[in-house]
Design a protein around this ligand. Structure first.
Ligand code: ZN
Ligand code: ZN
Length: 476
């Protein structure tokens, strides 16, 4: 037997400003074997990248285990506005939704009003319940999937991509297509970071035999900005509406051993609108090819460094489609590539995330480079013991010897910046190039390096080809 009912309503921008999420309760009787939901709303945005006029309403669902923030114990899925319908059954569900028993009790559809025009928006949600048995389905696991078993050779810089999307949110590819492309590109690690869900994590586990470390991630997608959380195997709630709730999420991710990053803090990001910048170990300073407004993000990062915040710069391609899917953007996985130095002989997810947390990281335009490694010799013994991400104590009255090694950067220019101010700009003459100099670091906070150069024809302007993390000094 099938029962169906619907919700209809209208909200104004004024109401949305007070409450971004609307919960529509309904009862699931015992013996329900499938829930189907579809919805519509007036005048959806039609222009690409959500530009132009129109409304945008997101959807998700919670089961009777509850809605509480930030544990979200009853979370059963979210599809943003990428789909107009979804279903949940004991053994299968629409990607982005968690299959499992349809616990009897009070469920909630959640609508998220991302954008509402001045004239308001009407919505209609239809729910259909079908009788059936759970067929021995196990309840959705609390802890999620076990870690990826893939191990790669360490003792070197591993290269990877920390940001991409699959069909579990608004990407066009399966997780397997993404993982296999990462292998083909020689990436050592790949984080799949679907928006506001964790249903892709189990697929990462299933692909553990591939020679790329697959890191579970989530792009926590709020209406005030996006943040990547890596290394957790469950949902990180996304219903943040103010700085206090974002602080609660920072705690949530930190206490469970995950790594958290502000994403694409730039004009078309969408930008980061929270007035909360501290407490994030990482920032996506480079998202998609450099020309996509990454000067904006670089400037933002620099202001944090100058405030004394030690934030690790990372890169992410934010890939939403690769062949054979229809193209949505001109780049793919590894544009840019994040390189992380792993000292251990062998590396898995834990070692990769630890290297990133330490800031032993540079970013390059692609998987082939260019490479840019910044080191320092503080005690003058000729050994460059400090790597980007490390802290040094500059000796009194004696300069620090600094070394920037560039691979594959001929024709570009190497910039060394101390506390944001260029102290050296040198042409890179060969593909294998080492620049060494002595710098007074007393009283300074940090030193970092960039590789800048023209992008083809002169009128296309200058871009960054590689970017190092800072060596931190114990300055004022
Ligand atoms: Zn994003
Ligand atoms: Zn994204």
């Amino acid at each position: 037997m099938r029962t169906a009912f619907s919700f209809e309503g209208f909200v104004t921008p004024w109401e949305v400003r007070r409450q971004r999420y609307l919960y529509l309760p309904f009862t699931v009787p015992p013996g329900t074997g499938r829930i189907d939901v579809s919805y519509q709303f007036d005048e959806p945005v039609t222009a690409p990248l959500g530009m132009g006029p129109g409304n945008n309403v997101d959807i998700g669902i919670f089961d009777p285990r509850g809605l509480d923030f930030p544990e979200a114990p009853g979370f059963r899925g979210w599809s943003g506005s990428a789909r107009r319908e979804f279903f949940i059954a004991p053994h299968e569900a629409t990607p982005g939704y968690i299959a499992g028993p349809l616990l009897p009790g009070r469920w909630h559809i959640v609508l998220g009003f991302e954008r509402v025009q001045e004239s308001g928006v009407g919505y209609r949600v239809r729910v259909s319940l079908e009788e059936g048995r759970d067929g021995g389905a196990t309840p959705p696991a609390e802890g999620g999937s076990p870690p990826c078993r893939a191990r790669v050779k360490g003792g070197r810089f591993l290269r990877g991509d920390l940001h991409c999307h699959s069909v579990h949110s608004d990407g066009l590819n399966t997780v397997e297509e993404l993982a296999r492309d990462a292998v083909a590109k020689g990436l050592d690690f790949l984080a799949v970071t679907d928006h506001n869900t964790c249903t892709h994590h189990r697929e990462l586990e299933r692909l553990s035999h591939l020679p790329t470390v697959l890191i579970p991630g989530e792009e926590v997608t709020t209406y005030w900005g996006h943040a990547n959380a890596w290394g957790l195997r469950r949902l990180v709630d996304f219903r943040c509406t103010d700085e206090e709730s974002m602080r609660a999420l920072q705690r949530f991710v930190r206490e469970r051993g995950g790594l958290f990053s502000i994403n694409h803090p730039k004009c078309i990001g969408p930008p980061w609108l929270f007035d909360l910048w501290d407490g994030f170990p990482c920032m996506e300073v480079w998202q998609a090819p450099w020309r996509f407004h990454n000067w904006d993000s670089l400037e933002r990062w620099e202001t944090l460094l100058q405030r004394g915040l030690r934030v690790v710069a990372v890169g992410g391609s934010d890939t939403h489609s690769i062949p054979p899917a229809r193209p949505l953007h001109p780049h793919g996985l590894g544009n840019p590539t994040t390189w992380a130095y792993v000292p251990e002989a062998e590396a898995g997810e834990e070692e990769v995330l630890a290297a990133i947390r330490r800031g032993h990281v540079f970013i390059s335009a692609g998987p082939e480079g260019p490479r840019l490694v910044l080191q320092a010799d503080t005690d003058g013994d000729g050994r460059f013991e400090a790597l980007m991400g490390d802290s040094i104590v500059p000796p009194e009255g004696r300069p620090v010897r600094v070394r920037a090694a560039v691979e594959g950067g001929a024709g570009h220019r190497l910039w060394l910046l101390r506390d944001g101010v260029p102290v050296a700009i040198v042409p890179v003459e060969r593909d294998s190039y080492v620049f060494e100099t002595e710098l007074d670091m007393a009283g300074s906070r940090y030193l970092r390096a960039e590789l800048r150069g023209w992008r083809g024809r002169l009128e296309r302007g200058e871009v960054v080809w590689a970017l190092s993390n800072p060596i931190w000094a114990a300055g004022a």
